[in-house]
Design a protein around this ligand. Structure first.
Ligand code: NA7
Length: 535
């Protein structure tokens, strides 16, 4: 057994959040820190999600770090929505520029973490046999990183190949001449389907819940835009950090019901042409008023019927049972158009459920389909999956998985009662997935860094949130969600409802990033209200 290494902080995960946290602790506070990363490269989500068509749905000039002006000015994105390889290049660039690699242990998974009350330190062990004693334990494991492979009977009998989009082989997959199935029509399926269809002999899409999607209007960035984004970086950052969703555009302050139907139609049409999430921001009540939401939903469903030529397929795609944007709305490149191809067919597994996977394909209640490749675009055990998979034990041997059996309990998504000196970057209860992740990550890392600075300066050994603070915060998370249409979707991963047996608790904070930032800052201004410190 290796000797226990003494260190100030262990950070789990080398994606955007883990790398910025490392840099902050090491370079701003002068602390020692080690990042443990299971993969053999940095990148987190963007290391694993290499499926065809994988892109970010935040615009490139907002999906980047803003903490370093030099970095903002050095890095040049090529497209409006960056593709996975370009994002991974960016993250590798960041790792090199800030000399992060010596403090990142790749191919290393944290296998256990135990808080030791006597020393107020975390004892961390890894699957490579390393052991650490750390004052702080910081999870940077991402919100969508634990792949959800549904338990469909018979998968082990399938003689073809199968893949989950979130664990895609690095060598890629050649679909040429193959009969391919895609299960799932969330953001991932919607990105992958057009790209796979262009290669495969035949693609069959298995759709459980029809989904809205907006055209992304992918395009290379013009030299003028690149120049504009650099020259106005401060203004862009200000917009991102002072609005509700962290995107580089403001929500227009007008109701969808305050304009005539002709005017509304013209506004939606203009947004549809421009592409992207701005569509959702054209009015301020799309996510709070069912009537306003219906106008957007009707507009998109009409578009689907216009685009998709086969009326039966168009009906299956547009028969949507939830409000627009109440599930995270995908943006796409020719998703609905893809159903006009001769080599693409759609199966509604609401109407004819999958019964099992067979040696040669998929059997629904209606018939059997033969496939060479099955692609599971079935999403993630979101927000809590990766956290509870790790064996984390706090004070009094409180196990995180057991403690969260009835749903996650956190204060501000930053700390969990009973887990002193542990911080969860973009944990459940924080805005995270309801906004552009990058400003949300920067805000969390900055807050955690400030808290640790405070502790180091004051000579404090321990910080822990209270049960009371976490209960009050969950009430606020519920209140904020209930002020929107988000909880109306009963099968959403925001609620954990995509994972059989997972407790259904609304997990992200829907009160908006700017408001949330204010709450976090106010807690500090009131002497870290909701947190207790010990010498
Ligand atoms: P999502 O959004 O969770 O989508 C998963 C899709 O897979 C969705 O259509 C699901 O249908 C479907 N699904 C899940 N389980 C099954 C089973 N058991 N059988 C059939 N179909 C199933 O994940 P994504 O990866 O697309 O996107 C996740 C986020 O990543 C996205 O919001 C972006 O932020 C990036 P359902 O709707 O549950 O009926």
């Amino acid at each position: 057994m290796s000797a226990v290494q003494q260190i100030d902080a262990i950070i789990v995960g080398a994606g955007f959040s883990g790398m910025y946290q490392l840099l902050s602790l090491r370079d701003k506070l002068g602390l020692s820190a080690k990042v443990l990363e299971a993969a053999d490269g940095v990148g987190g989500t963007w290391y694993w999600n290499r499926y065809p068509g994988a892109r970010c749905d935040s615009e490139s000039h907002s999906y980047m770090f803003y903490f370093s002006k030099e970095l903002v000015h050095e890095w040049e994105w090529s497209e409006r929505y960056p593709q996975q390889p370009e994002i991974l290049r960016y993250l590798n660039y960041v790792a090199d520029k800030f000399k992060l690699r010596p403090d990142i242990a790749l191919n290393t998974r944290m296998s256990n973490a135990q808080y030791d009350e006597a020393t107020s330190r975390w004892l961390v062990s890894t699957d490579t046999g390393e052991r650490y004693s750390a004052k702080y334990l910081i999870t940077a494991v991402g919100c969508l990183s634990s792949a959800n492979l549904p338990k469909i009977e018979g998968l082990k009998d399938f003689t073809g190949q199968w893949y989950h989009t979130g664990l895609w082989p690095h060598a890629g997959v050649d679909f040429t001449g193959k009969r391919v199935a895609v299960i799932g029509t969330g953001s991932t399926g919607i990105q992958a389907i057009p790209v796979i269809a262009a290669q495969a002999a035949h693609l069959t899409v298995f759709q459980r819940t029809p989904n809205y999607s907006l055209p992304a209007r992918h395009a290379p960035l013009t030299p003028e835009f690149k120049q504009y984004a650099k020259a106005h970086a401060d203004d862009i950052y200000k917009i991102m950090t002072t609005n509700t969703n962290g995107h580089p555009f403001a929500i227009v302050d007008r109701s969808a019901l305050a304009v005539s139907s002709e005017e509304r139609e013209a506004i939606f049409e203009e947004q549809w042409k421009m592409g992207g999430f701005q569509f959702r921001a054209a009015f301020n009540d799309i996510l709070s008023s069912q009537e306003a939401n219906d106008t957007a939903a009707d507009f998109i469903c009409n578009k689907i019927r216009e685009i998709v030529k086969d009326p039966a397929t168009a009906e299956l795609l547009s028969d949507i049972d939830h409000p627009f944007a109440a599930k995270r709305p995908p943006i796409d490149a020719d998703y609905f158009e893809t159903y006009n191809r001769d080599n693409v067919s759609l199966v509604s597994i609401r109407q004819t459920p999958i019964e099992r996977i067979t040696a040669s394909g998929i059997k629904t209640s209606e018939r059997e389909y033969a496939f060479d490749i099955i692609v599971f675009a079935t999403g993630f055990d979101a927000m809590t999956g990766s956290l509870v998979k790790m064996d984390i034990n706090g004070r009094d041997k409180r196990n995180l998985k057991d403690y969260w059996q009835a749903g996650p309990r956190t204060y501000l998504g930053l700390q969990v009662p009973g887990f002193p000196n542990m911080f969860t970057i973009t944990g459940p209860g924080s805005p995270s997935v309801l906004c552009n992740m990058l400003p949300a990550i920067e805000q969390h890392v900055d807050w955690i860094t400030d808290c640790i600075r405070h502790m180091q300066q004051k000579g404090l050994d321990r910080v822990e949130t209270t049960e009371q603070a976490s209960q009050t915060w969950q009430q606020e998370v519920d209140r904020a969600a209930n002020a929107t249409l988000l909880p109306k979707v009963k099968h959403s991963w925001y609620l954990g409802a995509n994972i059989p047996g997972k407790p259904q608790v609304f997990m992200p904070y829907a009160g908006g990033l700017a408001h949330y930032r204010e709450i976090c800052n106010n807690a500090v201004a009131q002497g870290y209200k909701g947190f207790e410190f010990n010498h």
